[in-house]
Design a protein around this ligand. Structure first.
Ligand code: TYD
Length: 136
């Protein structure tokens, strides 16, 4: 895996009889400055999102509701993370192939990233990704 490996981050959870509350702030619970937040929802059964890597972008992904799997590949090995808690963030460093699949009904994926949207930062071909990772 990358020098800074993908890992799960336990976010604060404020339990309350009125409903629980979790949060993250720039460079505190999340180890970067957040430049963009987006979310994926209304995913039809069996659909797959992602399927690319970012050259420079770092992100966290949270299952705000429901569940889904994030499959990460560093060019050598694959790791799968099941996200199903609204207080658990998956940190994903740059240059990691990532795909989201097995969305439950009403699943909501929240992604916070350290950069604005930039199509030029995407690597959308897995073979290109592997070549870049292995310096070929
Ligand atoms: P893409 O990142 O390819 O989706 P996936 O989650 O499956 O990887 O984005 C899909 C489309 O949405 C693409 O045409 C670009 C657009 N888009 C934005 O305009 N801004 C954004 O912040 C994101 C994430 C995507």
């Amino acid at each position: 895996m990358n020098p800074i490996q993908a890992h799960l981050i336990d976010l604060p959870k404020i339990p309350d009889d009125r409903g629980n509350l979790s949060f993250f702030e720039n460079s505190k619970q999340i180890p970067f400055d957040i430049k963009r937040v987006y979310w994926i929802y209304d995913v039809p059964g069996g659909e797959v999102r992602g399927g690319h890597a970012y050259r420079e972008l770092t992100e966290v992904i949270i299952a705000l509701s429901g569940s889904f799997e994030v499959i990460l590949h560093d060019g050598t090995e694959e790791k799968r993370f099941m996200l199903n808690r609204s207080y658990t963030a998956l940190y994903i460093p740059k240059m990691m192939w990532r795909q989201l699949e097995n969305f439950s009904t009403n699943a909501m994926a929240l992604i916070a990233a350290d950069a604005a949207y930039d199509e030029a930062d995407y690597i959308r071909d897995f073979n290109d990704f592997k070549k870049l990772k292995h310096g070929a």
